[in-house]
Design a protein around this ligand. Structure first.
Ligand code: SF4
Ligand code: SF4
Length: 458
């Protein structure tokens, strides 16, 4: 009887219409890894923890070579108002803490810890004292949780980013629209109770009315499992989304589940919404319950260059080479490894770099798959504009970027609104490197802005 009631509630919840996505494409989703349970990677002999921060030099190191550290002990703490601490993911001895290149190819301090294999927890780990919104937000910051879907924006900062705006809707992002990626799908299946605990904590302390978990329809097991777990909790529901890339973009997701349109350059808070990744919410719940900060994460290791798809629970900082060895290595000469999916991912150059909190997918591609035809002249077919989820004019912006007219691309064609989703490049019959040009153009704009600000403060 109870089961029938629950089923009826699901049907009611699942039948709510979602809005048709604006633009977007349908890449082959390649979600074989969704069906594979997570294995735990053996503790690596060492980890390399990249100390990154939201603002330049936004974190300070707390350890030096020779120090003994335990799992969960902070090795770097924020000194700006946006960054989060970084914690040791293995117990052992700090070997070095020098400037090095991280998995993203960026230079930053990297703390190298030799594991003693014991995984001794830090003695000061304890559940945080949370009594109100401010202490909740501080706890989320202390947990070290970032946007684990790949965006990497600090979770605590999102919670307080719009103090003057009333937030009435939490959108838990479980869309995971990037092809091959399955870590969020496994999180929802294997850690559903923690995910719901995280959602309820954000609703309670943030005084938010309700939560919608947005999940693409290609994850039926996660949809069913979470709907069962939600039961009669009227504050939370699952909304099934059509399979469409980039369904997981914040603007696209909020519109799909609620019909609220976020203007270019605005945040979800402008329409009363807060978007958080499902794995981030689960990690917050774990910290609230145990005091265990984010020291490990689930990674999907898949693609045609691997024997089979895997999901692995991996200490943050584990060198890519360790994961490759465990997964049996890449097949075929000329194969390569991408961090992230085929639409937004980037090539990993150094397999000795450590994975970061934002590394959710290691995609192995064969040599044939990485060959791209040469760029040709634009034939003005308009396909790129048709699929752009931000309603931009990619061909026009591309022309201006190639001419070095970045400011004009921003002012006339809103290039700063580009979310770098890759849809325009995906459909372009002339193989133009559109997205890459916008990434470059936006970097040039940021550099120019920093130089201007630097000049003004001299
Ligand atoms: S899709 Fe490519 S060829 Fe077509 S208009 Fe856009 S840039 Fe030009
Ligand atoms: S990469 Fe930018 S311009 Fe291209 S489709 Fe995505 S949002 Fe539009």
């Amino acid at each position: 009887m109870a089961k029938n009631n629950t089923s009826a509630t699901w049907s009611k919840r699942l039948s709510k219409a979602v809005r048709r996505p604006i633009g977007g494409v349908h890449p082959d989703d390649q979600k074989a890894a969704q069906a594979v349970a997570t294995e735990t990677l053996p503790v690596p002999p060492l980890v390399k923890l990249a100390v990154t921060s939201v603002t330049p030099a936004g974190c300070q190191l707390l350890v030096k070579p020779g120090d003994q550290v335990a799992v969960g002990q902070p090795v770097a703490s924020p000194v700006d108002r946006m960054s989060v601490p970084l914690h040791a993911s293995v117990s052992g001895q700090v070997l070095s803490a020098d400037e090095a290149v991280n998995i993203n190819g960026q230079s930053c301090p990297v703390v190298v810890i030799a594991s003693d294999g014991r995984q001794t927890p830090w003695e000061q780990l304890a559940p945080p004292q949370v009594t109100d919104f401010d202490s909740f937000r501080q706890a989320v910051r202390a947990s070290g949780v970032l946007g684990l879907g790949g965006a990497g924006f600090p979770a605590f900062f999102k919670l307080g980013s719009a103090p003057d705006q009333r937030i009435d809707l939490l959108v838990a992002n479980g869309s995971e629209c990037e092809p091959y990626s399955a870590s969020d799908a496994r999180e929802m299946l294997e850690n559903g109770a923690e995910l719901l605990a995280g959602i309820r904590a954000v609703l309670d302390y943030g005084q938010i009315d309700r939560a919608i978990i947005g999940i693409e329809g290609n994850k039926p097991e996660a949809i069913r499992h979470l709907s069962e777990l939600i039961g009669d909790d009227e504050r939370i529901c699952v909304r099934v989304l059509p399979r469409r890339y980039p369904q997981g973009g914040e603007k696209q997701l909020v519109y799909a589940v609620s019909g609220r349109k976020i203007a270019g350059g605005a945040l979800p808070s402008a329409v009363g919404a807060l978007v958080m990744n499902v794995s981030s919410l689960a990690a917050i719940a774990v910290y609230l319950k145990t005091g265990q900060p984010l020291t490990q994460r689930r990674i999907t290791v898949t693609g045609p260059a691997f024997d089979r798809p895997r999901n692995l629970m991996v200490p943050v900082g584990t060198p890519v080479s360790q994961i490759l060895t465990y997964a049996g290595g890449l097949n075929g000469a000329g194969s390569c490894l991408i961090q992230g999916g085929p639409m937004m991912g980037r090539l990993i150059e150094d397999y000795e770099a450590g994975i970061m909190k934002t590394t959710n997918l290691l995609l192995g591609l064969t040599a044939a798959q990485t060959k791209k035809p040469a760029e040709q002249a634009c034939i003005r077919c308009g396909l790129c504009a048709e699929v752009c989820p931000m309603r931009l004019q990619p061909s026009e912006m591309n022309q201006l970027v190639l001419l070095g007219r970045y400011q004009e691309a921003a002012e006339r064609y809103y290039m700063k609104d580009c979310i770098e989703c890759g849809c325009c490049s995906f459909v372009c019959p002339a193989y133009r490197l559109l997205t890459q040009s916008f990434v470059y153009g936006k970097q040039q704009l940021r550099s120019a802005q920093q130089q201007t600000q630097g000049g003004q403060t001299k």
